[in-house]
Design a protein. Structure first.
Length: 86
């Protein structure tokens, strides 16, 4: 079972391919909901093997991550998942 972890938002890297799918109106709507209720669903990240310090790559939850960033939050709750094998 996945355990939630609290990560610094600045330690989560969003792949360029994912950034292109960002919808600002969705971020704004989520930010309003999160302002009232907080983050209910953790994002999903995997560890970045290229970094010596703990850094993470976003797998799922771009709009939730950006909504928290827009609200000025420093941390995000995330599930750590394994990289998908192709």
């Amino acid at each position: 079972m996945l355990q939630p972890h609290v990560l610094k938002i600045d330690h989560v890297r969003v792949p360029a391919k994912r950034v292109r799918t960002l919808q600002p109106e969705k971020v704004e709507a989520l930010a309003e909901v999160m302002l009232e209720n907080g983050q209910k669903i953790p994002i999903q990240c995997r560890k970045d093997p290229k970094e010596a310090e703990p850094r993470y790559i976003l797998v799922e939850g771009l709009h939730r991550l950006e909504a928290l960033r827009a609200l000025g939050e420093d941390t995000v709750t995330a599930y750590l998942v394994q990289a998908r094998l192709k």
